[in-house]
Write a protein that binds this ligand. Structure first.
Ligand SMILES: O=C(O)[C@@H](CO)OP(=O)(O)O
Length: 260
């Protein structure tokens, strides 16, 4: 029976992870720690002797840059990379740019947890008057998408992330996996969570408890039916990974932790 190897990776830490702001579709670069996390992820994959055949990223610089650093560390910079907006971070609508701890103070921690982690709650949409509206929709990268700019999301629940991601997964990624290719998807916390939900059959309720830290590769072994053969493996120092997960979860508390 053939098995498939799939790696999911949330990009290394970005500047706004540190500032505890909803980053979403704002094109923030990697922080110095994020650069290090991406290189460490690459070294971990090299130590496992993984040979990548193809990489998929979002169109946000932090996921593209992470993929590049991983490939460089693996000495596999030649590997083809395909980018799509459909792997972008969840569109946080009007919440973009806001500080999670301040939002928890204003709206309550429970509301922030629902916005961040519930499966089907869509945050308020971004309006044209929002300070980051032009930054996002006037960016040239969104004029070359497979849908017209007007049809791009203005806010998304995790469910809506999965809906826009699935056509790309099925049309572009799955055929490569079925050909036996080893794939890395370098994306974002919520696009990776949506994909994990789909692949592992996680319930709408349980997905709220799945948190991914930045820069930690998630190794999945799939059977011919694309069902996981064993539990997902988060690569790296397990104690540090648990600590990083706890920090991401605490970002929505009134005292708002920084991600690393
Ligand atoms: O800011 C964002 O876009 C995401 C990921 O960093 O935040 P959250 O963890 O709150 O979903």
């Amino acid at each position: 029976m053939s098995t498939y190897t799939l790696l999911l990776l949330r990009h290394g830490e970005g500047a706004w992870n540190k500032e505890n702001r909803f980053c979403s579709w704002v094109d923030q670069g990697l922080s110095p720690d994020g650069l290090m996390e991406a290189r460490t992820a690459g070294r971990l994959l090299r130590e496992r002797d993984l040979q990548l055949d193809m990489v998929f990223t979002s169109v946000l610089s932090r996921s593209v840059h992470t993929a590049w650093l991983v490939l460089e560390e693996m000495d596999q910079l030649w590997v083809p990379v395909v980018k799509s907006w459909r792997l972008n971070e969840r569109h946080y609508g009007a919440l973009i740019g806001l500080n999670r701890a301040e939002m928890a103070l204003q709206h309550g921690e429970q509301q922030v947890k629902l916005w961040r982690r519930s499966y089907d709650m869509t945050p308020p949409p971004i309006e044209a008057s929002h300070p980051y509206y032009t930054h996002i929709y006037n960016d040239r990268r969104y004029s070359v998408c497979d849908v017209p700019k007007e049809e791009l999301p203005r806010a998304e629940s995790l469910k809506e992330v999965l809906q826009r991601l699935l056509p790309f997964w099925e049309g572009s990624v799955l055929p490569e996996i079925r050909r036996g290719r080893t794939i890395l998807i370098s994306a974002h916390g919520n696009s990776c969570r949506a994909l994990l939900k789909h692949l592992e059959g996680i319930s709408d309720e349980d997905i709220a408890d799945v948190t991914l830290p930045t820069g930690v590769p998630v190794l999945l072994q799939l059977d011919e039916e694309l069902k996981p053969l064993k539990p997902r493996e988060l690569l790296g120092d397990q104690e540090k990974i648990q600590e990083a997960i706890r920090k991401v979860e605490e970002q929505g508390r009134v005292t708002g932790q920084r991600s690393s």
